[in-house]
Design a protein around this ligand. Structure first.
Ligand SMILES: [Cu+2]
Length: 251
């Protein structure tokens, strides 16, 4: 291991103790590749992940940092993946177990490197390809997707790229929505650049599309709550805000 890399890892381990995190690595159809290293200069790094500087949450629901974290500047590379393939995201040492895991995509354009020129804004461009929230039990004592990922999935979240998705360049956005702080939902988004190949010809319709920022609203009762108090603590039916998951016509 290079000195540069071990220094970055030491920083990352000490930072993990602060209690946050994000996507470290991606498996693209079985091929693991590193993400961007936060806490380390962008210079000299080259990965498929957009840049982020630290493990802290985004709590300002109108902030551009909600799109692809802070600063969210463009990735240097992109991963080519066939529609229908599986992608795994690895969250090293994720500390929270109360909250949802949501995976989004946004179409950048037809060319493989189109995401370099797309910042994730420009109206409702994002669609969900996966989400999981309260899996069982109550909001206070039940099992949440984040807890399941930590306890049973080796800090790894798997998704399938919709089989009929149109070929082109996409942002892939993993988002952890943490609810352990009363009245202050925390968002942890990271984005990667993909080039999806295949013969699919589908894109989600407008019912499935949302703007980021915009989809999360401070006055949303599903976000502005305390899991530690009634009426939320005993609820078993927490609903993830935003559009339904799009899987295309064949899934
Ligand atoms: Cu945290």
């Amino acid at each position: 291991m290079s000195r540069l890399l071990s220094g970055a890892l030491a920083l990352l381990f000490s930072s993990t103790a602060l209690g946050h995190g994000g996507v470290w690595n991606y498996s693209i159809a079985g091929d693991w590749q590193p993400g961007f290293f936060p806490y380390y200069p962008a210079e000299g790094q080259s990965s498929i992940q957009r840049h982020w500087i630290d493990f802290g949450p985004i709590t300002d629901l109108a902030s551009p940092s909600l799109i692809c974290n802070n600063p969210g500047t463009s990735a240097e590379e992109y991963a080519t993946v066939a529609a229908g393939a599986q992608i795994e995201a690895y969250y090293r040492g994720w500390p929270h177990d109360i909250g949802a895991v949501i995976v989004w995509m946004a179409y950048c354009g037809a060319e493989p490197a189109s995401c370099a020129e797309f910042d994730g804004t420009d109206g409702a461009r994002w669609f969900k390809i996966d989400q999981a929230g309260l899996l069982s039990g109550t909001m206070l004592d039940g099992v949440w997707a984040q807890g399941d990922m930590v306890a049973n999935r080796n800090y790894t979240w798997s998704v399938t790229i919709p089989e009929r998705l149109q070929q082109g360049a996409y942002l892939l956005r993993h988002e952890l929505l943490a609810l352990h702080v009363p009245l202050t939902p925390e968002f942890y988004p990271e984005c990667a650049h993909l080039y999806v190949t295949g013969t699919g010809d589908e894109l989600p319709g407008e019912d499935y599309l949302a703007a980021i920022p915009g989809v999360w609203e401070q006055d949303d009762p599903e976000l502005h709550l305390s899991i530690y108090e009634e009426p939320s603590s005993s609820r078993t039916d927490w609903e993830i805000p935003g559009p339904a998951v799009w899987r295309g016509s064949r899934n």
